[in-house]
Write a protein that binds this ligand. Structure first.
Ligand code: SF4
Ligand code: SF4
Length: 318
C-alpha cells in the first residue's frame, strides 16, 4: 500500500481546519484541488532505513521545531482579535515587512488565493495571502548532496515556521486577523501561489526560481483579511521567460539521480503541470539529494545576465 496516498492530512490537532469555527466562513478548496502529500510520510516509505536514520540525526532538531511550529500556527487561530480591522496603513505594513526581514525572511509578495491551490479538504481563514520566501545559503546548497545542504533545507523549514508564527502575533497585536501557514504542513500548494504573487516562476524542477536566490528558497504563507494589500495588478508574470529558458536547459533533468524530473513537463487532466515523479525522487531525497537545486544555473549565475544572453541567443536564432 502507498502509505502517502492514504495518509493525506496531518493529525487533527495539527490542522488549521480543527480550530476554524463555522461562523468564520473560511475559504475552501474546490473540486479541482489536489490532495496534500505529507512529505515525512512519503520519506518514511521510500529509501533505505540506514539513510533515514543517518539523515534523521542531522535534521531531528529542525524536524521537531517544524512540528511544534505547525501546532502553534493552527492553534493560534483562536487568538485572532476579530475586530473587523481590514485596512492597513503604509507605515504599519512597512514595519510588518521589516519585522519579517529581522526573522530571516528574504522575499515577500502578495496575491489573492486561487481556491484550486488549497489542498483538497483543507480550509484557509482569509482570501488574501502574504507569500514569504526564506533563502537557503547558496554556498551550502551548492555542496549538495551533503549533510550540510540537507541541514540547510530543514533549517529553512523550521525557521520559516518560527517566522510565520512570530509575524502572526505581531500583526494580531496591531488588531488584524491572520492565518499563518508554515512551510511544513502548509494548507496550500505554495509554489504556484508564490508564482501567482509574482515572487518568481516555477522551473522544470518544480521549484520557484527567483531573481535573487534562484531555486534556493523555501516558501510559506500568511493569510490575511486586509483588503488594501499591494497585490500586483499585472496579468503577466515578469519571470515567465524562466520556463522558456528551461526548455533548452534541462540541467536538472540530466543531473537528477532518480530520473524523477520530466523532461517534458506532464500536464494532468485538471490542466495543472506535474514536474516530478515523487516515488522516483523520494529514495534520493531521503539520502541528501537536492541536485535539482544545485544543478540549476540560476543558483550560480546573475539572473539578469542569464536573461539577456537568453534573449540574445533567441534573437540570433530567429
Ligand atoms: S531531489 Fe534529487 S531525485 Fe529528487 S527531483 Fe531533485 S534531483 Fe531528482
Ligand atoms: S536546471 Fe535548467 S531546466 Fe532545471 S529548473 Fe533550472 S533552469 Fe530550468
Amino acid at each position: 500500500m502507498k502509505l502517502y496516498r492514504f495518509i493525506r492530512k496531518p493529525p487533527f490537532f495539527l490542522q488549521a481546519k480543527f480550530y476554524i469555527r463555522k461562523k468564520d466562513n473560511p475559504v475552501k478548496s474546490t473540486k479541482n484541488s489536489r490532495k496534500a502529500v505529507i512529505i515525512p510520510v512519503l520519506l518514511l516509505q521510500f529509501g533505505s532505513i540506514r539513510d533515514k536514520f543517518k539523515n534523521f540525526s542531522i535534521v531531528k532538531k529542525a524536524f521537531k521545531t517544524s512540528f511544534i511550529e505547525l501546532y502553534k500556527s493552527a492553534s493560534s487561530l483562536k487568538r485572532n482579535p476579530h475586530r473587523n480591522n481590514k485596512i492597513i496603513d503604509n507605515q504599519t505594513l512597512k514595519e510588518f515587512e521589516d519585522y519579517a526581514k529581522t526573522l530571516g525572511v528574504s522575499k515577500i509578495d502578495y496575491t489573492s488565493i486561487n481556491r484550486d491551490f488549497i489542498f483538497k479538504g483543507f480550509e484557509v481563514l482569509y482570501p488574501n495571502v502574504m507569500v514569504l520566501g526564506m533563502e537557503m545559503d547558496k554556498d551550502k546548497m551548492k555542496t549538495n548532496p551533503s549533510d550540510e545542504s540537507t541541514a540547510e533545507i530543514w533549517n529553512a523549514y523550521s525557521n520559516l515556521g518560527i517566522a510565520v508564527n512570530k509575524m502572526a502575533e505581531w500583526i494580531r497585536a496591531k488588531g488584524f486577523n491572520c492565518h499563518p501557514s508554515p512551510a511544513i504542513g502548509g494548507d496550500v500548494m505554495i509554489t504556484p501561489v508564490a508564482q501567482e504573487a509574482h515572487l518568481g516562476y516555477v522551473g522544470k524542477n518544480g521549484l520557484l526560481i527567483t531573481e535573487e536566490y534562484g531555486p534556493s528558497l523555501r516558501l510559506a504563507a500568511i493569510f490575511l483579511d486586509i483588503e488594501n494589500l499591494p497585490i500586483s495588478k499585472a496579468n503577466e508574470n515578469p519571470h515567465k521567460w524562466v520556463r522558456e529558458f528551461c526548455e533548452d536547459c534541462n540541467k536538472c533533468v540530466q543531473k537528477c539521480p532518480g530520473q524523477a524530473i520530466f523532461e517534458k513537463t506532464k500536464i494532468l487532466d485538471d490542466g495543472y503541470p506535474q514536474f516530478i515523479e515523487r516515488e522516483k525522487c523520494a529514495p534520493h531525497f531521503s539520502k541528501n539529494c537536492s541536485q535539482c537545486i544545485s544543478a540549476c544555473p540560476f543558483i550560480y549565475g546573475n539572473y539578469n545576465k542569464i536573461k539577456s544572453s537568453y534573449y540574445e541567443k533567441r534573437a540570433t536564432a530567429s
